[in-house]
Design a protein around this ligand. Structure first.
Ligand code: MLT
Length: 203
């Protein structure tokens, strides 16, 4: 998969996995990594599905309606890519923390839903429930931040709460942060994620 790897100055810090929104690239979220954990190594991956020329991580049938077969396939593909990237760049596979926005947050949530130990934490900006009816792996103690907008037409407050319940039900430590806006990622949400991150990964 097309990606950027940046070696960080602190090998003990979590490695940040950056996952952009629909139509984005692997460069989009680099400033977020800088804000969350400037000493971390960064692996930023471009989605390899194209929707009218716009990169995404999996296909959708319509806005908010996912192609679940493709979601499963792409989640597996990304998880395997993470294994090979860890071997290639020599980082600790068990220390990956995803930072995703929108479609990127959805594939991050799908990694959490499908594969035990795929991520050791997640910052999910405007995620949806990626898939329903799955038994989630044990996510005991996995720190998850959900940034949501109370007027987000794509990720409704009900769906945000459903995702929160599903992750908590699997044992994750979830914090939900609300912004009084829509689907956009605001600087105050980024700031809230940074404050949360500092506390969640203080060791
Ligand atoms: C998705 O398709 O993952 C969601 O609708 C968010 C987005 O527009 O990317």
């Amino acid at each position: 998969m097309k990606h950027i790897f940046k070696q960080g100055s602190d090998q003990a810090a979590p490695v940040l996995l950056l996952l952009h929104g629909t139509g984005g690239t692997e460069r989009d979220l680099l400033p977020l990594a800088e804000r969350l954990s400037p000493a971390s190594s960064v692996l930023s991956v471009r989605g390899n599905v194209l929707e009218n020329g716009m990169p995404r991580y999996f296909r959708r049938l319509a806005e908010g309606v996912f192609d679940l077969e493709d979601l499963r396939f792409r989640t597996k593909e990304l998880n395997e890519f993470l294994d090979s990237a860890a071997a290639e760049y020599g980082f600790d596979r068990s220390k990956l923390v995803a930072v995703g926005y929108s479609n990127g947050a959805n594939i991050a949530a799908s990694l959490l839903f499908h594969y035990q130990g795929a991520l050791s934490g997640a910052v999910l900006h405007h995620p949806m429930v990626p898939i329903r009816g799955l038994e989630l792996p044990d996510l005991t103690g996995v720190p998850c931040f959900i940034g949501a907008g109370s007027n987000d037409p794509l990720c409704t407050p009900q769906e945000t709460e459903e995702l929160n319940q599903l992750l908590q039900g699997a044992g994750a430590n979830v914090a939900v942060h609300w912004e009084p806006f829509g689907h956009q990622l605001t600087s105050s949400e980024v700031e809230a994620a940074a404050v949360w991150y500092k506390e969640a990964f203080k060791d």
